[in-house]
Design a binder for this molecule. Structure first.
Ligand SMILES: C[S@@+](CC[C@H](N)C(=O)[O-])C[C@H]1O[C@@H](n2cnc3c(N)ncnc32)[C@H](O)[C@@H]1O
Length: 247
């Protein structure tokens, strides 16, 4: 089983659904002015297969990453990918971001907290709680970079963003020669001889959020209320954005 090839196939599929995904990963890593050779500690929240985490390890050779997700199917693929790359700087942790317990180990533990396309899975209350926990988990001066769906404050504008995002995804899937979501799982299930893989993924899903994400102003107000001293949008294209916050 060539996990590096399956990882690449997953990335190609995700890149069709999430506009400018690689550019956004790159920005999240380049904007914080952390010395690249330092032993920096990174948290990847809602890591999936660890796509952002692996990118971060490419930029910071002495870093270590804690990559957290709830879905065991994705975590298993991430661990196999780490094995295939002989990558020991990443630790995959199965945890629900909403649970207080696992965060306790990480008071002021991280220089950088990253999250990509994941926090819109939480409802507004849990997102606000997560932002408070991220603040506590960062060292003073630490950086938080969240790349996600972030809705317009105006519902009519957001409705148009949604239509345009769907059109972007359809066009990307038809031109990039990538699997769509169902196609990817069918192909992987076939290769593994495990026909219920997507069902296993679905069974572990803990979705409670909004496809559009919370509105822009919600993020600014909530992050500022946590005590972050610098909160700003670094990049935005319609309902897609990177919001950064510095402790
Ligand atoms: C669309 S995927 C993004 C994965 C990865 N960050 C990427 O950019 O490719 C969203 C991930 O968030 C995870 N997630 C959602 N809610 C979660 C929660 N409450 N606790 C832990 N993980 C969660 C899901 O399991 C899923 O893997």
């Amino acid at each position: 089983m060539d996990w590096q090839q399956w990882f690449a196939r997953w990335e190609a599929m995700q890149n069709c659904y999430v506009p400018y995904r690689m550019h956004r990963f790159d920005l999240m890593l380049r904007l914080p002015d952390l010395p690249v050779d330092d032993r920096i500690h990174i948290l990847d929240l809602g890591c999936g297969l660890g796509s952002v985490a692996f990118h971060a390890l490419g930029r910071y050779p002495s870093a270590s990453v804690v990559a957290v997700d709830w879905n065991p199917v994705l975590l298993d693929m991430g661990r196999r990918m780490a094995e295939a790359r002989h990558e020991q700087r990443i630790r995959f942790v199965r945890a629900d971001i909403r649970e207080a317990e696992w965060w306790r180990e990480y008071e002021e533990a991280f220089d950088l907290v990253l999250s990509a396309n994941a926090l819109h899975w939480l409802n507004a209350e849990h997102l606000a709680e997560t932002y408070r926990r991220v603040h506590r988990a960062l060292k003073p001066g630490g950086w938080f970079m969240n790349s996600d769906h972030i809705a317009s404050d105006y519902p009519e504008t957001q409705a148009r963003y949604r239509q345009l995002l769907k059109a972007h995804q359809r066009a990307a899937l038809s031109t990039d020669n990538a699997d769509d979501w169902d196609g990817f799982w069918q192909a992987l299930s076939q290769e593994l001889g495990q026909h219920d893989l997507l069902a296993q993924y679905d069974a572990a899903e803990i979705w409670e959020g909004s496809d559009d994400g919370q509105p822009r102003q919600f993020h600014l107000d909530t992050l500022r209320a946590c005590g972050f001293r610098q909160v700003e949008f670094h990049w935005q294209e319609m309902g897609e954005a990177i919001i950064g916050a510095r402790k």
